[in-house]
Design a protein around this ligand. Structure first.
Ligand code: PMP
Length: 295
């Protein structure tokens, strides 16, 4: 991830350099994880599927009862202004809405002014050599929470479950964590969706098993359909990964990342299998078609 000095941040009505951006210690986003976020990519000088990201951001805000003056049009204008100021043809956008400052207590009604923040920076989720060879993933002992707690489909600022799953994977010498739901079905990785390739078709866990309705995930399913590759949602267990021909992860940060090893076992193609490669190449064309140009 790029250092703050390589970032531009929209905060309190203006764009500043990353190291200048400051928020209050009384912001409930910091105190209680009370807020939502969105991660987007700039590819080839355009923002990939901006409208879809804004829609997911808005639905998260509605779930928290957060309202920003100016609504979606304002949020969109802020994203575009920050991205233009950053002058990046490739980059990462982190959009956040926090509850804002309030009393030291969880009560959100003490917060009067929700804060909108937008960070534009570079992104490197895994080192280049890992992207080339495929990553090592282990099953985390923490489970993906069910929708009867805070619905995991909300990209809330409370990502501790994901953070601790990732920490466990790193402590165990792996790159990434696989999260199962309480029933033992595969949900996703720490911040990426998962696909299994079997018999030349694609399978991905349904949102009801704890998968985030990922925008990259949806794009891959659309691309597969265009290429005449079968792709569908299906409940998966750990055994489906051991039996897979290929396994890969998708996400705005991750893009498409092959999984080479799972729980200490080499997976089928062990890295870039033929279908993962084909989809990744097609994805590069797809992003151009679905991006909002910045100039
Ligand atoms: N799962 C989680 C928990 C995530 O935070 C993300 C990143 N937004 C994803 C999956 C991938 O979603 P997307 O393709 O929309 O970035």
């Amino acid at each position: 991830m790029a250092a703050p000095q390589d970032s531009k941040v929209w905060i309190e009505g203006r764009v500043v350099d990353g190291e200048e951006a400051r928020i209050s210690v009384f912001d409930h986003g910091l105190l209680y994880g009370d807020g939502v976020f969105e991660g987007m990519r700039i590819y080839g000088g355009g923002i990939f599927r901006l409208a879809d990201h804004l829609r997911r951001f808005e639905s998260g805000m509605r779930a928290l009862g957060l309202e920003l003056p100016g609504g979606t049009a304002h949020v969109e204008a802020v994203v575009l202004e920050t991205a233009r100021a950053a002058e990046r043809t490739e980059g990462y956008i982190r959009l956040l809405a926090t509850r804002g400052c309030g009393a030291l207590g969880v009560d959100p009604t003490t917060c009067e002014d929700p804060q909108l923040l937008c960070i534009v920076t570079g992104v490197t989720l895994y080192p280049e050599e890992k992207l080339a060879s495929g990553i090592d993933m282990v099953t985390a002992s923490l489970r993906r929470p069910a929708a009867d707690s805070v619905d995991p489909a909300i990209k809330s600022l409370n990502y501790l479950n994901n953070v601790l799953a990732k920490r466990e994977a790193r402590l165990r010498g792996a790159d990434e964590a696989l999260l199962l739901n309480a029933q033992g079905a595969v949900a996703e990785a720490s911040v990426a969706n998962l696909f299994v390739v079997r018999d030349e078709g694609l399978l991905t866990p349904p949102v009801s098993d704890g998968a985030l309705p990922g925008i990259t995930r949806a794009s891959i399913l659309t691309i597969a359909e265009r290429l005449g590759i079968s792709g569908r949602e299906c409940s998966l267990g750990r055994q489906d990964l051991f039996a897979a021909d290929e396994v890969f992860l998708t996400g705005s940060g991750a893009r498409i990342v092959p999984v080479a090893r799972f729980d200490g076992v080499e997976i089928g193609a062990s890295g870039w299998g033929p279908l993962t490669r084909r989809l990744s190449e097609a994805f590069s064309e797809f992003v151009v078609e679905h991006s909002t140009p910045l100039s």
